[in-house]
Design a protein around this ligand. Structure first.
Ligand code: NAD
Length: 271
């Protein structure tokens, strides 16, 4: 039996994750910890009652050291995830991390933690989007020479980081495939009078509004045709199910920093 704690249970993803973990109890996983930020009015509330599925005898606590678990699923904020990482490192706990917005040096910290504990880190845990990452490599190889590449993403009005972690990951996949450095070729938004577009660049456009769960399009625009790869998430349950799948997959893995391509067996050398 794999004991799981969820960090950020009062959040949009945290609430969905409670349901996803409880729904997967027949797969040998058990929710034993529910963590919310200190000071929350929801501390001590039963996690099942929090999401309307009835009592599950797991009370919401204010920090991971008050929870009993083997693996932490963390969809919170950068500061909170990095603090939880320190606890998991010190106590040999595995982590599935869905939080987005990490800087390059913070990503390096997470990768280094993989020397000691097992981690799945993925900016997007949906199966469909991870297939898109895979397809995008082939599209980039075939289309990039003659195309301008733009990434357009739309999210709900509460999202704090932009571009989304998924949009940046899409950019990284394209840049890595083409041997470009995303830090050098990314263009984040445009305004005013500019020179004609440089073909080597990868443009990002961010839209924020309403309750959009997450839409991403990669546009390859050339003279005479456009090719678009689009993914639209209509429910957070798609990310939560992916996180649960990652947790079950990670349970018997050695220390390492993995991503959803590993979980889903989509890594090029695994196909
Ligand atoms: P949210 O703001 O609704 O939820 C975050 C929750 O974390 C809040 O309840 C907040 O109070 C809580 N929190 C903050 N500090 C905490 C602490 N120290 N201890 C415990 N809880 C703490 O945000 P959300 O929409 O649920 O998204 C959370 C993160 O997950 C974001 O970074 C988002 O981009 C990311 N996300 C990732 C995926 C994916 O597939 N990887 C999908 C959706 C969202």
């Amino acid at each position: 039996m794999l004991n799981i704690a969820i960090a950020g249970v009062a959040g949009r993803m945290g609430r969905t994750l409670i349901q996803a973990v409880v729904n997967a109890s027949q797969d040998g996983i058990h929710l034993t910890g529910a963590v919310q930020r200190p000071g929350s009015s929801l501390l001590a509330v039963d996690a099942g009652e929090l999401v309307g599925i009835g009592r599950i005898n797991v009370s919401v606590v204010a920090s991971v050291d008050q929870a009993d678990f083997d693996l932490l699923i963390d969809f919170t904020t950068i500061d909170s995830t990095l603090a939880n990482l320190e606890y998991c490192l010190a106590n040999g706990k595995a982590m599935v991390i869905g939080t987005t917005g990490f800087s390059d040096s913070e990503k390096q910290t997470l990768a280094c933690a993989g020397d000691s504990i097992a981690i799945v880190l993925a900016a997007n845990m949906s199966v469909g989007m991870n297939l898109c990452f895979h397809l995008l490599k082939q599209m980039s190889e075939v289309l990039a020479a003659d195309s301008d590449i733009e990434i357009i993403e739309t999210h709900h009005r509460h999202k704090v980081d932009s571009p989304s972690g998924t949009a940046l990951r899409l950019g990284e996949v394209i840049a890595d495939t083409l041997g470009r450095d995303l830090n050098e070729v990314a263009v984040y938004g445009r305004e005013g009078i500019a020179r004609p577009r440089d073909r080597e660049t990868i443009g990002f456009a961010t839209i924020r509004g309403g309750d959009v769960v997450g839409d991403h399009t990669v546009l390859f625009a050339s003279e005479g045709e456009r090719v678009e790869l689009t993914h639209k998430a209509s429910s957070r349950m798609t990310f939560a199910k992916g996180a649960v799948r990652a947790a079950i997959w990670l349970a018997d893995k050695p220390a390492g920093c993995y991503d959803m391509q590993d979980v889903l067996g989509l890594r090029a050398d695994a196909l």
